[in-house]
Ligand binder design. Structure first.
Ligand code: AMP
Ligand code: ZN
Length: 114
């Protein structure tokens, strides 16, 4: 999608601090971190939200989650723990409509979230 912020980050048109990239996804630091570690993992292809995924996206969605786990292990916070969040549509708190996985760590999280 031509006017999408996260598509522009994935293509390098808008800068971000990348922590991981591969053929299918890009991961970068959130510009407004909600925890000491706050990374966003996005697919290179544009998908508006989790609500727009279908069975054909199953491998890609699995890839985003295993990328999150790999990033956590490689950066040394897997053992302490972390939280993975996908805000979806208005009630889910989604503000950027390019599907993304939040990977948060470095503090203790409460459940349920607000
Ligand atoms: P959400 O509310 O789930 O849609 O999350 C969108 C996230 O994108 C928020 O945590 C924002 O802080 C983050 N964000 C917005 N613009 C940028 C940017 N240019 N670089 C990195 N993160 C961003
Ligand atoms: Zn996009």
């Amino acid at each position: 999608m031509s006017d999408c912020l996260f598509c522009k980050i994935a293509s390098g048109e808008i800068p971000a601090t990348l922590v991981h990239e591969d053929d299918a996804c890009v991961a970068f630091n959130d510009i407004s971190p909600q925890a000491p570690i706050h990374i966003l993992i996005i697919p290179r292809v544009h998908i508006d939200s989790l609500d727009k995924t279908a069975a054909g996206d199953a491998a890609l969605m699995g890839h985003l989650l295993t990328a999150a786990a790999d990033i956590a292990r490689k950066n040394g916070f897997a053992e302490n723990g972390y939280r993975v969040v996908i805000n979806t549509n208005a009630d889910g708190g989604q503000t950027v409509f390019h599907l993304h996985v939040h990977l948060l760590a470095g503090r203790t999280f409460v459940f349920p979230p607000g």
